[in-house]
Structures are given as C-alpha cells and as structure tokens.
Ligand binder design. Structure first.
Ligand code: NAG
Ligand code: NAG
Length: 376
C-alpha cells in the first residue's frame, strides 16, 4: 500500500539548506541530494507558498498551499486532509451551465454513475464559448481538486479562452487515483474512472459542452488517470496531456486494494512490447472501433518516483495504438521550453516531451497544452 504524511521533521531539518526546490519539484527522498526546502514562488504561476510533502520513502514533493488566504489563526495542517476540500458553494444536479456560478470552484453531485464517490468540482469562467471545450484536470497523490485548481493555471486560462474545467477529487485516503483495479481499467467497469467519465458525459448532455472537445490532463497519479481515461473511455475523451505518469495498465494489480502502488511499474521494471501495451488499451474497451484520443506525454529524466522508463513504455503503447513508427518523425528543442527539453513527434496524434534533468514532476505548461488541444 502507498502511504504518505506531511514530512514536518523533514521540513524542519531542511530549514538550513540554502537552495530551494521549485513548486512541484522534488525536495527529499532516499538518494536525493538536491534542495530540501521549497520555494514560495513559481516562475509560471502564483502560489500561496509551498511545502515539502512526503509521498513515499523515495520521494517528497514541493506542493503549493491549498488556498491563497488561509485564516490567520488556523495552525498549519499536520496531516493532509482526506476529505474533499470545501467548495465555495454546493448544489445537487445543476441543470444547464447557467445554473453554475461563474469564476469559482463549485462542487457538483448526482452527475451519474459514481460508485466510488469521486468528488467533482467545476470551474466555469465569466464568459463561456458557445459549445465550450471541457478540460478534466486530475490531481497528483496527496492532492485534491482544490489543490490542483490553485496550483495550476487551467482555471485562470479558462477566463481567457472560455472553456469549462472539471476537477475530480480522489476519494482514497492517500488521494492517489485508482489506476490499478480491473474495474477502473475497463470501459464502464466502475471505480474512479467511471465517476470521472460520468461527469464528462453529464457536462456534454446538460451543459452543452462540445463532445468533440472533451479533454483530460493530469499530473503524476492524475497523469496515470489521464492515460486510463484515454484507454478506457476513448469515446468520451478526444485528447490527453500526461505529465509524469505511466502507460495505461502499467499499475494494474487485479484483486489488490483499488489505489495500490505498483512498485514494479513505478520503478520502470515493467517492460513490454508496443503490441502488448496496445493490447491492454484495446482490451479495456473490446469492440470499440472509433479513434483514440491524441496524446502528449511529458516526463523528466531524473524522475525517481515514476522512473523515466515509463516515458518510453508510454511511447511504445501509444505509437502502436496509432500505428505510428517507433522512431519519431522529428525530435527538436522548442524555444519556449527550458534548455534540455526535447519534443519528439511520432505523428499528428502523439508527441513525447522529455525533460533532461527534471525530476518528479515536470512543471505544467498550460498554455502549450491548450495549443495541443486546439483551444489556444
Ligand atoms: C529526443 O532527443 C533527445 C536529445 O537528443 C533525447 O535525449 C531523447 O531521448 C529523444 N526523445 C525520444 C523520445 O527519443
Ligand atoms: C512538438 O512538435 C510538433 C511538430 O513540430 C508541434 O506541432 C508541437 O506543437 C510541438 N509540441 C510542443 C509541446 O512543443
């Protein structure tokens, strides 16, 4: 089982170190020799400070504060909350997008089959496109809808581009996603992936979301979930951005608790052929004859939580699903990306960005994701 707690002792221990890890950067773990304190600012977005959170023995991560204005008297949390975060307002079964308050994180319930009671939050910008795109943004382990909302730019950019964002919140104690059970890895099979797919379907039916522009993005465990949604619900999702995850089915542990940690996969020791990986995708939804969502994967070469081998397994999987050659058509640096990032393109539907020297996880590049998704 995968467990975690806020590493207060680590944070205290490290207050002497000079260099600081960036938000989302690694700040501890076995073998880690880099900075162990966390930066309070981020080059790309504003955060309410960040703290070093232990995910497991090998990995601690600088995670942004949950809110911008915590009450001055409230003490710092000693444990990561396991319940869903407080939303500004709640309602049941909103009918129509107009019933959802604008520019706030708003909880929805009763959106369809949701056997695990995945929490669900929507962000609707002040001005919404006609037939808007939908982005489903899945958080990392120890995260929440609220944390991913505050720690990313998806909501802010929705104000510019007029799309709608759904932030699911994991119901599991460590707030990882179930990416290991047979249920979650099967089309309409149940578990977390069904709850998330239900909310996306609900948005299409009730909010007028464009069914051709329903997208999934996610970081770490949320990246794994993004691959799960792409593989098990290719009829719902049209594109996915996978930031530091693993191939669809790599975490599979049938019969184990739903949010089990698959160390073999995480450590990059589950090495299959493209055909074997693709078969896992095809088996998730037998009989499906439609197209699969276009995918962009990002991974760091210094990732010791989900080893970089997982990047190459993802490449084998999706290039085989798309029938692309196993070597990229182009592999170039991009002027907007930091030094050491390379963008390998295998075909119109698959790109793989490798970040040299970057650990777990690769920072978010929301604006570029929107380009890949055809929104910006
Ligand atoms: C792209 O090129 C970089 C730099 O040569 C290399 O490190 C990386 O592995 C290549 N990417 C892929 C997916 O082969
Ligand atoms: C990668 O390269 C392709 C082909 O030039 C381009 O369309 C795409 O936008 C690039 N992706 C990123 C993330 O820069």
């Amino acid at each position: 089982m995968f467990s975690f707690k806020v590493s207060l002792s680590l944070a205290a221990l490290c207050s002497l170190a000079a260099a600081q890890s960036p938000v989302w950067g690694q700040c501890g773990g076995i073998g880690w020799t880099g900075p162990t304190t966390c930066a309070r600012t981020h080059a790309l977005y504003t955060v309410a400070g960040s703290t070093c959170v232990k995910e497991n023995d090998w990995y601690s991560q600088c995670q942004p504060g949950a809110g911008t204005t915590p009450p001055p008297t409230s003490p710092p949390p000693t444990t990561v909350p396991t319940s869903t975060p407080p939303a500004t307002t709640t309602s049941t079964a909103p009918t129509g997008l107009s019933s959802i308050p604008a520019s706030t994180l708003y909880q929805i319930t009763n959106f369809g089959p949701n056997p695990n009671n995945v929490g669900m939050y929507v962000y609707k910008p002040a001005r919404v496109q006609a037939k808007p795109p939908l982005i489903v943004a899945s958080h990392y382990c120890t995260g929440s809808a609220q944390a991913y909302y505050s720690g990313s730019k998806f909501a802010q950019l929705a104000e510019t581009y007029g799309y709608v964002v759904l932030y699911p919140s994991s119901p599991h104690s460590g707030t990882c996603w179930d990416v290991s059970s047979t249920e979650t890895l099967t089309h309409n099979g149940g578990s977390d992936s069904l709850g998330i797919a239900s909310a996306a379907r609900y948005a299409i039916t009730n909010w007028g979301v464009d069914p051709d522009r329903v997208f999934a993005v996610g970081t770490s465990s949320g990246a794994m979930m993004t691959n799960v949604l792409a593989g098990a619900y290719p009829d719902v999702f049209k594109a996915g951005i996978v930031d530091s995850g693993v191939a669809f089915g790599c975490f599979a542990l049938p019969g184990q608790p739903e949010d089990s940690w698959n160390a073999q996969c995480a450590q990059g020791q589950l090495i299959l052929t493209g055909q074997q990986w693709a078969q896992k995708v095809f088996s998730a939804y037998p009989g499906y004859t439609g197209t699969y969502p276009k995918i962009q994967v990002w991974h760091g070469t210094a990732d010791t939580t989900l080893y970089p081998q997982n990047f190459f397994e993802e490449i084998k999987q999706w290039t085989t699903v798309f029938g692309y050659p196993s070597t990229p058509i182009s592999n170039v640096t991009e002027s907007y990306l930091p030094r050491g990032y390379s963008n390998a393109t295998y075909g119109p539907n698959f790109q793989a960005i490798l970040a040299q020297g970057v650990g777990h996880t690769v920072p978010l590049f929301e604006q570029q994701y929107l380009q890949f998704l055809g929104i910006a």
